[in-house]
Design a protein around this ligand. Structure first.
Ligand code: NAG
Ligand code: NAG
Ligand code: NAG
Ligand code: NAG
Ligand code: NAG
Ligand code: CU
Length: 388
């Protein structure tokens, strides 16, 4: 009798852990705690131009909590952006064809100065906020940028409604293509080998099935992707091609689980170690939550360090990254909100000075330049949003 009880308890525990989206995620517990801390502080009354409070702050919500209508209006706004004319000068980026491409181009342009640098988190916070603003102001979107909590479907992201290929998804996996997977990075030991997943080819379902990636690739994850004709190797020329994905449970189950997120937030208490751990250490065989978010979808342009914003997935992923940083910051609001670490060159190579709050975050034609110090609080500077 007792044995049967234990056995069925065990069985239900196993079943529960394999059913996604059940039970409370510990990273949500931390985020809620962070929100309560933030509510107790009033720093948003100082730095911001308009009065921002928890009450009037925009609420960025998790994808799975959106209604079908809300999901669809978000998707429609992205499609709308891709039908508006671009603003990027064609002499700089001859391949831009639409307003969505403007966001890809500016990320490509600055890739070497916004990753593994002091401004990594703040630059991307500002970038996705300007994108959210464009969806709202130029395409009539009434909601805010949703985020995707990887932990909900870490054991198999293809089970998430985000990728189910329905009208209310961001399209599904790519068609199967036999390829060898990926080695990150190629030269270091131990390196990380990402085995090929069930995709690799063009997506075949959902709202983005006719999506065209125009820029890139620059660092090509899949050997059969059409090469960009840019003679400088910067991927700036017109290279229209389908959206390819290879959704990887190996990656998300390996590095984007609840525990990975919670450990990152809890165990790395200064900004430099936090942002380094987040971005991964492939030489140590550790991919990092940020890289895992990229590689769990992979493909082209999503798996390309430079042109990754070309897959609409990028912005749901980076909203989650921003939320992880936001959680980390607001667990110790006063100590952490304005912490900056790192230098102004990629992994400090070549060696450079430390980044400071006075450094400029420049989005070119996509947004006015602001100082890093203005992008440190989600309820200060130009921002007024929280994560719920
Ligand atoms: C970035 O854009 C500027 C022009 O806005 C251009 O001069 C520069 O070469 C570009 N850099 C890269 C790496 O694309
Ligand atoms: C994939 O390609 C490799 C190398 O060309 C081949 O050995 C293998 O049988 C192929 N696998 C499938 C499932 O087609
Ligand atoms: C990785 O490095 C090995 C050995 O240096 C080399 O033979 C191989 O071609 C490289 N692979 C890629 C994809 O660059
Ligand atoms: C994609 O394009 C085809 C051909 O123009 C069209 O029939 C189809 O409705 C389009 N699908 C979507 C989701 O836009
Ligand atoms: C840069 O910051 C590090 C700590 O992150 C510090 O040890 C170093 O002295 C700083 N360098 C300069 C030139 O201030
Ligand atoms: Cu980036």
């Amino acid at each position: 009798m007792r044995l049967i009880l234990i056995f069925s308890l065990l069985l239900s525990a196993i079943t529960a852990s394999s059913i996604p989206a059940r039970g409370q995620l510990q990273n949500d517990v931390l985020a809620n705690k962070a929100l309560q801390n933030l509510a107790k502080h009033t720093i948003w009354d100082e730095g911001s131009t308009e009065k921002c409070s928890i009450r009037n702050a925009a609420k960025r919500r998790e994808w799975h909590t959106l209604s079908k209508t809300e999901k669809r209006t978000f998707v429609d706004a992205i499609l709308c952006l891709s039908e508006k004319p671009s603003r990027t000068p064609l002499e700089d980026y001859p391949g831009v064809r639409n307003r969505y491409d403007d966001f890809v181009a500016i990320h490509m342009n600055q890739t070497s100065f916004i990753h593994q640098t002091a401004n990594f988190l703040s630059w991307h916070r500002y970038f996705i906020w300007v994108y959210e603003k464009a969806l709202r102001e130029e395409c009539g979107y009434k909601g805010y940028l949703p985020y995707y909590n990887y932990a909900k479907y870490a054991s198999d992201p293809l089970q998430s409604p985000l990728f189910d290929g329905s009208d209310t998804s961001i399209s599904g996996n790519g068609a199967y293509v036999n390829h060898t997977g990926l080695d990150i990075p190629n030269a270091s030991v131990p390196h990380i080998h990402i085995p090929p997943g069930p995709g690799g080819g063009c997506i075949t379902t959902g709202p983005f099935v006719n999506w065209t990636a125009n820029l890139g690739p620059v660092v090509n994850a899949l050997p059969y992707v059409e090469k960009n004709p840019d003679p400088a190797g910067l991927g700036r020329y017109y290279n229209p091609r389908c959206l390819r994905r290879d959704i990887s449970a190996f990656v998300s189950a390996g590095w984007a689980k609840d525990q990975d997120i919670v450990d990152l937030i809890s165990d790395y208490t200064d900004i430099l170690s936090f942002q380094s751990r987040l971005q991964g250490d492939s030489k140590a065989g550790y991919l990092g939550v940020l890289s895992a978010g990229h590689w769990m979808v992979g493909g082209d342009p999503g798996g390309d360090f430079y042109t990754s914003p070309g897959d609409p997935w990028f912005f749901l992923h980076h909203a989650m990254i921003d939320r992880i940083w936001w959680t980390w910051q607001n667990l110790e609001v006063e100590e952490r909100t304005f912490q900056v670490g790192g230098t102004i060159t990629f992994l400090n190579n070549p060696p450079s000075r430390n980044g400071t709050l006075d450094d400029v975050l420049d989005l070119g034609i996509d947004g006015e330049a602001i100082m890093m110090g203005e992008a440190m609080s989600s309820v200060g500077g130009p921002f007024c949003y929280i994560y719920v």
